[in-house]
Design a protein around this ligand. Structure first.
Ligand code: DX5
Ligand code: ZN
Length: 224
């Protein structure tokens, strides 16, 4: 299984964004987690297409775009055009989730679906063979720096079990409240794509990434 640390630029220093992306690339990061918030689906507004378009010119990282946006179907084409490599939509935000999945697939990027903490795995179990990634939110979406919600761990386990039983190969991504302790919880439960905002960008970026990647490496070897 491919285990990756996915730094979330929501916690980056936007005054030094280009420089910070180069540090991430030099440290061997492959995924960049990009949180788009509309002030409607979540009570916060982050950034949108112009920022993504601008960093796309400078970066070869895999752009993992997490849309916290109501009716995201309206914008799938725009995000693909500005450089997304995968698009993750919220189950709770789509009027017709199957249609949204189809639109993302037709645009030739990877398909992700995300569950808020209160949304059960059961809501997407019939669609798991159609997605590349399931994002389990481990905080209420909207803000960085929140505390990991323990009650979400069970959903990670449940998804890993389904993937194994049904021989499906979607990635399980976790997002929110990841730190030195919770990283162990989520990898043991079966997550393989680990989003980190504060734990990556607070303090020294290069040494945080070195430390977290080493930790993921160790924990994933124990988990396999
Ligand atoms: C929250 C975002 C996260 C956020 C995580 O709605 O989706 O990606 O940046 O930040 P931390 O790691 O600080 O909880
Ligand atoms: Zn996110």
């Amino acid at each position: 299984m491919d285990y990756q640390l996915c730094p979330s630029i929501l916690s980056a220093d936007f005054n030094r964004l280009g420089e910070q992306l180069r540090i991430l690339e030099n440290e061997g990061i492959r995924y960049l987690h990009i949180d788009v918030m509309d002030g409607d689906f979540v009570p916060n507004i982050s950034f949108g297409m112009p920022v993504i378009k601008s960093i796309r010119k400078e970066s070869k990282l895999f752009f993992d775009v997490h849309l916290m946006v109501t009716a995201p179907e309206r914008y799938i084409r725009d995000f693909v055009e500005c450089g997304a490599d995968s698009i993750t939509v919220h189950v709770e935000a789509c009027e017709d989730l199957e249609r949204a999945i189809e639109m993302i697939r037709d645009a030739n990027v990877k398909v992700g679906v995300s569950l808020k903490p209160a949304t059960p795995v059961n809501d997407i179990s019939h669609l798991l063979d159609e997605v590349d990634l399931v994002l389990v939110m481990t905080v209420q979406p909207g803000f960085g720096g929140q505390k990991y919600m323990e009650e979400c761990t069970e959903k990670i386990r449940e998804l890993r079990e389904i993937a194994e039983q049904e021989d499906l190969d979607f990635d399980i991504q976790v997002d929110g409240g990841i730190n030195d302790e919770t990283i162990e919880t989520v990898i043991r439960a079966g997550a393989n794509l680990i989003v980190g905002g504060s734990c990556v960008f607070n303090g020294d970026l290069a040494s945080n990434v070195k430390h977290l990647r080493k930790r993921i490496d160790q924990l994933s070897r124990e988990a396999e």
